[in-house]
Design a protein around this ligand. Structure first.
Ligand SMILES: *Cc1c(COP(=O)(O)O)cnc(C)c1O
Length: 354
Protein backbone atom coordinates (compact mmCIF):
# COMPACT_ATOMS: atom_id res chain seq x y z
CA UNK A 1 0.00 0.00 0.00
CA UNK A 2 1.28 3.44 -0.97
CA UNK A 3 0.86 6.42 1.35
CA UNK A 4 0.46 9.40 -0.92
CA UNK A 5 1.72 12.60 0.70
CA UNK A 6 2.33 14.52 -2.54
CA UNK A 7 -0.68 16.77 -2.11
CA UNK A 8 -4.14 17.17 -0.61
CA UNK A 9 -5.38 17.14 -4.22
CA UNK A 10 -5.07 13.33 -4.26
CA UNK A 11 -8.08 12.97 -1.93
CA UNK A 12 -10.95 10.85 -3.18
CA UNK A 13 -14.59 11.93 -2.83
CA UNK A 14 -16.28 10.73 0.36
CA UNK A 15 -19.22 8.28 0.17
CA UNK A 16 -21.56 11.19 1.02
CA UNK A 17 -20.17 13.10 -1.97
CA UNK A 18 -20.77 10.16 -4.33
CA UNK A 19 -24.31 9.91 -3.05
CA UNK A 20 -24.94 13.66 -3.42
CA UNK A 21 -23.50 13.62 -6.95
CA UNK A 22 -25.77 10.75 -7.91
CA UNK A 23 -28.84 12.52 -6.59
CA UNK A 24 -27.97 16.07 -7.68
CA UNK A 25 -30.73 18.15 -9.24
CA UNK A 26 -29.28 19.84 -12.31
CA UNK A 27 -30.00 22.37 -15.06
CA UNK A 28 -28.09 24.49 -17.58
CA UNK A 29 -25.86 26.75 -15.52
CA UNK A 30 -25.15 29.04 -18.48
CA UNK A 31 -28.82 30.02 -18.08
CA UNK A 32 -28.27 30.18 -14.30
CA UNK A 33 -30.66 27.24 -13.96
CA UNK A 34 -28.64 24.63 -12.11
CA UNK A 35 -30.24 24.55 -8.65
CA UNK A 36 -27.31 22.68 -7.09
CA UNK A 37 -24.74 25.19 -8.34
CA UNK A 38 -26.96 28.04 -7.17
CA UNK A 39 -27.19 26.44 -3.73
CA UNK A 40 -23.41 25.94 -3.56
CA UNK A 41 -22.82 29.57 -4.54
CA UNK A 42 -25.22 30.79 -1.87
CA UNK A 43 -23.57 28.56 0.71
CA UNK A 44 -20.05 29.76 -0.21
CA UNK A 45 -21.11 33.41 -0.03
CA UNK A 46 -22.75 32.82 3.34
CA UNK A 47 -19.77 30.93 4.83
CA UNK A 48 -17.31 33.60 3.74
CA UNK A 49 -19.54 36.56 4.61
CA UNK A 50 -19.45 37.94 1.07
CA UNK A 51 -22.38 39.07 -1.10
CA UNK A 52 -21.96 36.56 -3.88
CA UNK A 53 -19.98 33.57 -5.13
CA UNK A 54 -19.10 31.90 -8.42
CA UNK A 55 -18.38 28.22 -9.03
CA UNK A 56 -15.32 27.63 -11.24
CA UNK A 57 -13.71 24.39 -12.42
CA UNK A 58 -10.24 25.14 -11.00
CA UNK A 59 -8.44 27.44 -8.63
CA UNK A 60 -6.33 28.71 -11.48
CA UNK A 61 -9.42 29.79 -13.37
CA UNK A 62 -10.81 31.39 -10.22
CA UNK A 63 -7.66 33.40 -9.61
CA UNK A 64 -7.32 34.36 -13.28
CA UNK A 65 -10.96 35.44 -13.59
CA UNK A 66 -10.55 37.49 -10.40
CA UNK A 67 -7.37 39.20 -11.55
CA UNK A 68 -8.90 39.97 -14.96
CA UNK A 69 -12.01 41.36 -13.26
CA UNK A 70 -9.98 43.67 -11.00
CA UNK A 71 -7.19 44.86 -13.30
CA UNK A 72 -7.61 46.16 -16.83
CA UNK A 73 -5.04 46.13 -19.62
CA UNK A 74 -1.94 48.09 -18.65
CA UNK A 75 -2.85 48.14 -14.95
CA UNK A 76 -0.31 46.48 -12.68
CA UNK A 77 -0.88 43.54 -10.36
CA UNK A 78 1.37 43.49 -7.29
CA UNK A 79 2.31 40.01 -6.17
CA UNK A 80 4.74 37.97 -4.05
CA UNK A 81 7.56 36.13 -5.81
CA UNK A 82 6.67 32.82 -4.11
CA UNK A 83 2.95 33.06 -4.81
CA UNK A 84 1.03 30.40 -6.69
CA UNK A 85 -0.47 32.99 -9.04
CA UNK A 86 3.00 34.14 -10.04
CA UNK A 87 4.78 30.77 -10.13
CA UNK A 88 2.22 28.22 -11.25
CA UNK A 89 -0.57 29.85 -13.21
CA UNK A 90 1.12 30.45 -16.56
CA UNK A 91 1.26 34.21 -16.08
CA UNK A 92 -2.47 34.64 -16.78
CA UNK A 93 -2.70 38.22 -15.56
CA UNK A 94 -0.07 39.30 -18.09
CA UNK A 95 -0.58 36.84 -20.94
CA UNK A 96 -4.36 37.17 -20.98
CA UNK A 97 -5.07 40.44 -19.20
CA UNK A 98 -2.20 42.62 -20.37
CA UNK A 99 -1.39 43.43 -16.73
CA UNK A 100 2.28 43.70 -15.83
CA UNK A 101 3.10 41.84 -12.63
CA UNK A 102 5.00 43.92 -10.09
CA UNK A 103 6.82 41.30 -8.06
CA UNK A 104 7.94 41.78 -4.47
CA UNK A 105 9.71 39.22 -2.25
CA UNK A 106 7.59 36.89 -0.13
CA UNK A 107 9.00 36.35 3.38
CA UNK A 108 9.40 32.83 4.76
CA UNK A 109 5.95 32.92 6.34
CA UNK A 110 4.14 34.06 3.23
CA UNK A 111 3.91 37.72 4.29
CA UNK A 112 4.72 40.67 2.01
CA UNK A 113 6.75 43.66 3.16
CA UNK A 114 4.47 46.65 3.75
CA UNK A 115 7.15 49.18 2.92
CA UNK A 116 7.93 47.45 -0.39
CA UNK A 117 4.23 47.45 -1.23
CA UNK A 118 3.85 51.12 -0.41
CA UNK A 119 6.88 52.22 -2.39
CA UNK A 120 5.89 49.96 -5.31
CA UNK A 121 2.35 51.24 -5.70
CA UNK A 122 1.87 53.65 -8.57
CA UNK A 123 -1.19 55.91 -8.62
CA UNK A 124 -0.83 56.68 -12.30
CA UNK A 125 0.41 60.24 -11.85
CA UNK A 126 3.84 59.24 -13.16
CA UNK A 127 3.45 58.48 -16.87
CA UNK A 128 6.42 56.08 -16.72
CA UNK A 129 4.70 53.57 -14.47
CA UNK A 130 1.74 51.27 -14.92
CA UNK A 131 -0.87 52.28 -12.33
CA UNK A 132 -1.41 49.62 -9.64
CA UNK A 133 -4.89 48.10 -9.64
CA UNK A 134 -4.52 45.01 -7.49
CA UNK A 135 -2.54 43.39 -4.69
CA UNK A 136 -2.64 39.57 -4.48
CA UNK A 137 -1.99 37.74 -1.21
CA UNK A 138 -2.00 34.01 -0.41
CA UNK A 139 -3.40 32.22 2.68
CA UNK A 140 -2.35 29.55 3.56
CA UNK A 141 0.90 30.02 1.69
CA UNK A 142 1.66 26.97 -0.42
CA UNK A 143 5.36 27.35 -1.23
CA UNK A 144 6.15 28.61 2.27
CA UNK A 145 4.84 25.31 3.66
CA UNK A 146 1.21 26.05 4.52
CA UNK A 147 2.03 29.06 6.68
CA UNK A 148 -0.78 31.33 7.77
CA UNK A 149 -1.43 35.06 7.56
CA UNK A 150 -3.26 36.15 10.73
CA UNK A 151 -6.00 38.77 11.09
CA UNK A 152 -3.54 41.57 11.94
CA UNK A 153 -1.35 40.84 8.92
CA UNK A 154 -4.34 40.72 6.57
CA UNK A 155 -5.69 43.96 8.03
CA UNK A 156 -2.33 45.68 7.58
CA UNK A 157 -2.07 44.56 3.95
CA UNK A 158 -5.68 45.42 3.11
CA UNK A 159 -5.68 48.79 4.83
CA UNK A 160 -2.49 49.81 3.09
CA UNK A 161 -3.89 48.80 -0.30
CA UNK A 162 -7.19 50.54 0.38
CA UNK A 163 -5.44 53.76 1.35
CA UNK A 164 -3.98 53.75 -2.17
CA UNK A 165 -7.17 52.73 -3.95
CA UNK A 166 -5.75 49.30 -4.74
CA UNK A 167 -8.02 46.23 -4.59
CA UNK A 168 -6.97 43.07 -2.76
CA UNK A 169 -7.49 39.51 -3.99
CA UNK A 170 -6.73 36.61 -1.68
CA UNK A 171 -5.63 33.30 -3.15
CA UNK A 172 -7.25 31.28 -0.41
CA UNK A 173 -6.94 27.84 -2.04
CA UNK A 174 -6.54 26.51 1.54
CA UNK A 175 -8.32 29.28 3.48
CA UNK A 176 -10.25 26.74 5.58
CA UNK A 177 -6.89 25.35 6.75
CA UNK A 178 -5.86 28.87 7.75
CA UNK A 179 -9.14 29.41 9.62
CA UNK A 180 -8.71 26.07 11.40
CA UNK A 181 -5.14 26.86 12.43
CA UNK A 182 -6.09 30.29 13.75
CA UNK A 183 -9.39 29.22 15.30
CA UNK A 184 -11.32 31.99 13.57
CA UNK A 185 -14.16 31.86 11.04
CA UNK A 186 -13.20 32.16 7.36
CA UNK A 187 -15.45 35.22 7.14
CA UNK A 188 -13.10 37.08 9.53
CA UNK A 189 -10.10 36.25 7.34
CA UNK A 190 -11.71 37.61 4.18
CA UNK A 191 -13.67 40.52 5.64
CA UNK A 192 -11.11 43.10 4.53
CA UNK A 193 -10.25 41.73 1.10
CA UNK A 194 -12.23 42.49 -2.06
CA UNK A 195 -12.24 38.95 -3.40
CA UNK A 196 -11.08 35.46 -2.52
CA UNK A 197 -10.72 32.14 -4.30
CA UNK A 198 -10.80 28.86 -2.41
CA UNK A 199 -10.54 25.25 -3.57
CA UNK A 200 -13.12 22.59 -2.86
CA UNK A 201 -10.78 20.04 -4.42
CA UNK A 202 -7.91 20.12 -1.92
CA UNK A 203 -8.27 19.51 1.83
CA UNK A 204 -12.05 19.64 1.47
CA UNK A 205 -11.79 16.56 -0.79
CA UNK A 206 -14.27 17.35 -3.54
CA UNK A 207 -13.26 15.84 -6.90
CA UNK A 208 -13.44 19.12 -8.84
CA UNK A 209 -14.10 22.78 -8.25
CA UNK A 210 -13.21 26.07 -6.66
CA UNK A 211 -15.17 29.14 -5.59
CA UNK A 212 -14.64 32.85 -6.07
CA UNK A 213 -16.34 35.17 -3.58
CA UNK A 214 -16.76 38.95 -3.41
CA UNK A 215 -19.28 41.75 -3.89
CA UNK A 216 -22.21 41.23 -6.26
CA UNK A 217 -20.68 43.70 -8.68
CA UNK A 218 -17.30 41.96 -8.64
CA UNK A 219 -18.84 38.51 -9.10
CA UNK A 220 -20.77 39.84 -12.10
CA UNK A 221 -17.45 40.82 -13.73
CA UNK A 222 -15.74 37.58 -12.69
CA UNK A 223 -18.65 35.67 -14.24
CA UNK A 224 -17.96 37.38 -17.59
CA UNK A 225 -14.25 36.52 -17.26
CA UNK A 226 -15.13 32.89 -16.49
CA UNK A 227 -17.04 32.83 -19.79
CA UNK A 228 -14.05 34.35 -21.57
CA UNK A 229 -11.83 31.62 -20.13
CA UNK A 230 -14.20 28.89 -21.33
CA UNK A 231 -15.53 28.10 -17.88
CA UNK A 232 -19.26 28.37 -18.57
CA UNK A 233 -20.52 24.90 -17.70
CA UNK A 234 -23.86 23.17 -18.19
CA UNK A 235 -25.28 20.56 -15.78
CA UNK A 236 -22.26 20.92 -13.51
CA UNK A 237 -24.50 20.46 -10.47
CA UNK A 238 -23.21 16.88 -10.47
CA UNK A 239 -19.86 18.23 -9.30
CA UNK A 240 -21.23 21.16 -7.30
CA UNK A 241 -23.14 18.60 -5.20
CA UNK A 242 -19.81 17.27 -3.92
CA UNK A 243 -18.78 20.87 -3.18
CA UNK A 244 -21.81 21.32 -0.92
CA UNK A 245 -20.83 18.19 1.01
CA UNK A 246 -17.26 19.54 1.18
CA UNK A 247 -18.45 22.75 2.86
CA UNK A 248 -20.96 21.06 5.13
CA UNK A 249 -19.00 17.99 6.22
CA UNK A 250 -15.29 18.33 5.50
CA UNK A 251 -14.31 21.58 7.21
CA UNK A 252 -14.39 20.47 10.84
CA UNK A 253 -12.17 17.46 10.14
CA UNK A 254 -9.25 19.61 8.85
CA UNK A 255 -7.98 19.74 12.42
CA UNK A 256 -7.18 16.03 12.02
CA UNK A 257 -5.00 16.76 8.98
CA UNK A 258 -3.15 19.38 11.01
CA UNK A 259 -2.56 16.94 13.87
CA UNK A 260 -1.26 14.35 11.42
CA UNK A 261 1.06 16.93 9.90
CA UNK A 262 2.48 17.83 13.33
CA UNK A 263 2.93 14.13 14.05
CA UNK A 264 4.79 13.73 10.77
CA UNK A 265 6.91 16.82 11.39
CA UNK A 266 7.93 15.76 14.92
CA UNK A 267 8.69 12.25 13.65
CA UNK A 268 10.91 13.66 10.88
CA UNK A 269 12.66 15.96 13.36
CA UNK A 270 13.82 12.84 15.24
CA UNK A 271 15.92 11.75 12.26
CA UNK A 272 19.32 13.48 12.40
CA UNK A 273 19.57 13.63 8.61
CA UNK A 274 16.45 15.73 8.33
CA UNK A 275 16.41 19.49 8.49
CA UNK A 276 13.02 20.81 9.50
CA UNK A 277 11.51 23.74 11.37
CA UNK A 278 8.68 22.14 13.32
CA UNK A 279 7.47 25.53 14.57
CA UNK A 280 6.51 26.51 11.05
CA UNK A 281 4.28 23.49 10.52
CA UNK A 282 0.90 24.98 11.38
CA UNK A 283 -1.49 23.46 8.83
CA UNK A 284 -1.33 20.36 6.61
CA UNK A 285 1.93 20.99 4.71
CA UNK A 286 5.46 20.20 5.84
CA UNK A 287 8.59 21.26 3.97
CA UNK A 288 11.93 19.69 4.89
CA UNK A 289 15.29 18.81 3.43
CA UNK A 290 17.78 15.99 3.87
CA UNK A 291 21.47 16.30 4.77
CA UNK A 292 24.25 13.85 4.10
CA UNK A 293 26.94 12.78 6.59
CA UNK A 294 28.95 15.90 5.69
CA UNK A 295 25.97 18.01 6.71
CA UNK A 296 25.39 19.08 3.13
CA UNK A 297 21.89 19.40 1.79
CA UNK A 298 21.13 16.86 -0.94
CA UNK A 299 21.38 18.16 -4.49
CA UNK A 300 18.30 18.13 -6.69
CA UNK A 301 19.50 14.86 -8.30
CA UNK A 302 20.04 13.21 -4.91
CA UNK A 303 16.68 14.48 -3.70
CA UNK A 304 14.99 12.75 -6.63
CA UNK A 305 16.86 9.54 -5.77
CA UNK A 306 15.73 9.85 -2.16
CA UNK A 307 12.10 10.34 -3.27
CA UNK A 308 12.37 7.27 -5.51
CA UNK A 309 13.71 5.25 -2.55
CA UNK A 310 10.90 6.52 -0.34
CA UNK A 311 8.44 5.41 -3.00
CA UNK A 312 9.98 1.91 -2.98
CA UNK A 313 9.19 1.90 0.73
CA UNK A 314 5.61 2.98 0.13
CA UNK A 315 5.74 6.76 0.59
CA UNK A 316 5.06 9.31 -2.13
CA UNK A 317 6.25 12.89 -1.62
CA UNK A 318 7.12 15.79 -3.88
CA UNK A 319 9.94 18.29 -4.29
CA UNK A 320 9.72 22.07 -4.38
CA UNK A 321 13.18 22.40 -5.95
CA UNK A 322 16.52 23.31 -4.31
CA UNK A 323 16.45 20.15 -2.20
CA UNK A 324 13.18 20.99 -0.49
CA UNK A 325 10.79 18.08 -0.04
CA UNK A 326 7.10 18.57 0.58
CA UNK A 327 4.60 16.31 2.28
CA UNK A 328 0.92 17.06 2.72
CA UNK A 329 -1.62 15.38 5.00
CA UNK A 330 -5.24 14.96 3.99
CA UNK A 331 -8.54 13.08 4.22
CA UNK A 332 -8.06 9.33 3.88
CA UNK A 333 -4.92 9.16 6.04
CA UNK A 334 -5.05 7.67 9.51
CA UNK A 335 -2.66 8.14 12.44
CA UNK A 336 -1.14 4.69 11.69
CA UNK A 337 -0.44 5.80 8.12
CA UNK A 338 1.76 8.61 9.42
CA UNK A 339 3.76 6.09 11.47
CA UNK A 340 4.05 3.83 8.42
CA UNK A 341 5.21 6.78 6.32
CA UNK A 342 7.84 7.69 8.91
CA UNK A 343 9.17 4.11 8.83
CA UNK A 344 9.30 4.20 5.02
CA UNK A 345 11.21 7.47 5.07
CA UNK A 346 13.65 6.05 7.64
CA UNK A 347 14.30 3.04 5.45
CA UNK A 348 14.93 5.31 2.47
CA UNK A 349 17.51 7.25 4.54
CA UNK A 350 19.23 3.97 5.48
CA UNK A 351 19.18 2.72 1.87
CA UNK A 352 20.80 5.95 0.72
CA UNK A 353 23.42 5.53 3.49
CA UNK A 354 22.63 8.96 4.80
C1 LIG B 1 -3.75 24.54 -5.92
C2 LIG B 1 -3.61 26.01 -5.77
C3 LIG B 1 -4.17 26.90 -6.70
C4 LIG B 1 -4.80 26.47 -8.00
O1 LIG B 1 -5.77 25.51 -7.97
P1 LIG B 1 -5.99 24.51 -9.21
O2 LIG B 1 -7.34 23.97 -8.90
O3 LIG B 1 -4.90 23.49 -9.12
O4 LIG B 1 -5.95 25.28 -10.47
C5 LIG B 1 -4.03 28.25 -6.46
N1 LIG B 1 -3.38 28.71 -5.39
C6 LIG B 1 -2.83 27.90 -4.48
C7 LIG B 1 -2.14 28.49 -3.30
C8 LIG B 1 -2.90 26.52 -4.65
O5 LIG B 1 -2.31 25.72 -3.75
Amino acid sequence: MIIDLRSDTVTLPSPAMREAMYRAEVGDDVYGEDPTINRLQELAAERTGKEAALFVPTGTMGNTASVLAHAGRGEAVMIGDQSHIYRYEVGGASTLGGSPMYVIPTDENGMLDLHKIETGISDGSDEHAAPTALLCIENTHNRCGGTVLNLEQIAALAELAQAHNVKVHMDGARIFNAATALGVPVSALVQKVDSMMFCLSKGLSAPVGSMVVGSREFIHKAHRMRKLLGGGMRQAGVIAAAGIVALEQMVDRLVEDHEHCKQLAYGLADYPQIEIDVERVVTNIVNFSVRNAQQQRLTHEETLQFLAKAQEHGVLMGTMGEGTIRAVTHYGLATEDIQTALHGIRRALIDMQL
